[in-house]
Design a protein around this ligand. Structure first.
Ligand code: NAP
Length: 278
């Protein structure tokens, strides 16, 4: 597995992490599916994707509990990111949410704590004050945001007095490229890591049709003896500021995704994909 520096920090993170939306159920705990989910996460860790992304809202906290189980024996060697929900962004609620996430994750620190969505009703200065307090107390190591525009990212950075904004987690894939309008270049220039979510378009990329753009992807995949998904993920991580967090519950998908790193598409092939999916 390759690594990239997280934001302006000296922390190295794997270029591929493990998404967990749906792991632990979508809206309530799904007992019975849990062992399978732990197994999928552990396989991902074994294969070098030692970076797990979760959130307090996933499965009403149950996703964090599943992550806590998966990393119970080697927590120190896994980069864990979780998120505080938009309704919990006041100073007190951020602190309270973090404590609850720590308990569910069975850990005493979170590697990267992210604001899940912006909330215009709560001043970002309150939220970031709480984030910096959590860093000061050793509960959180790095501060990030998610679904923030360029302007909102700037305001988040300005609200931080002692820390740099490490990351912005946003939707990004071959078929969803809105961040290329301005956010990607902003993050690259400011050294804010882009954590690409829904990087295989929620399963759409491996499953889709036969129109010309998909044929371009398939041709490039066969040239490298890779699959569509592996090329689509590699296209993302070839970009300087970007890491990706595909979610896979099926073990064969975890194995396939892990093999999306460790090689690189040639510039000409990246350009062909840029054009085909523009
Ligand atoms: P995704 O990773 O693009 O797609 C997940 C879907 O693709 C699953 O159905 C999975 O199937 C399938 N899949 C994965 N690898 C595959 C492969 N090699 N071949 C065929 N199918 C494959 O979408 P996502 O879950 O929306 O995004 C990833 C993670 O980003 C989430 O889990 C979450 O951690 C994060 N996220 C964050 C936000 C945010 O607002 N910050 C929003 C959405 C997601 P199986 O599970 O059956 O293997």
């Amino acid at each position: 597995m390759e690594f990239k520096k997280l934001g302006k920090s000296s922390v190295d993170i794997p270029v591929l992490g493990l998404g967990t939306w749906g792991i632990g159920g979508f809206s309530s705990s799904h007992l019975g599916g849990e062992d399978k989910d732990v197994k999928a996460l552990r396989l991902g860790l074994e294969l070098g994707m030692r970076f797990i992304d979760t959130a307090e809202m996933y499965g009403h906290g149950h996703s964090e509990e599943v992550v806590g189980k998966a990393v119970a024996h080697d927590r120190e060697s896994v980069f864990i990111t979780t998120k505080v929900s938009a309704e919990n962004l006041s100073y007190e609620r951020v602190i309270h949410s973090c404590e609850a996430s720590l308990r569910r994750l069975r850990t005493n620190y979170i590697d990267l704590y992210q604001v899940h969505w912006p909330n215009a009703r709560i001043p970002i200065s309150d939220t970031m004050k709480a984030m910096e307090k959590l860093v000061e107390d050793g509960r959180v190591r790095q501060i990030g945001v998610s679904n923030f525009s360029v302007q909102q990212s700037r305001e988040a950075q300005e609200a931080l007095s002692r820390n740099s904004l490490a990351s912005n987690q946003v939707e990004y894939s071959l078929v969803e490229r809105s961040i290329e309008e301005d956010l990607l270049s902003y993050c690259t220039k400011e050294r804010v890591t882009v954590i690409a979510y829904s990087p295989v378009a929620r399963g759409h990329i491996p499953r889709s049709g036969r129109e010309e753009r998909w044929r371009t992807l398939d041709n490039i995949a066969s040239k490298y003896r890779k699959t569509r998904t592996q090329v689509a993920l590699n296209w993302l991580i070839c970009k300087e500021a970007v890491v990706a967090i595909p979610k896979a519950g099926k073990l064969e998908h975890v194995r396939e995704n892990a093999r999306s790193a460790g090689w690189a598409l040639k510039k000409g092939d990246q350009d062909s994909l840029d054009k085909a999916f523009s």
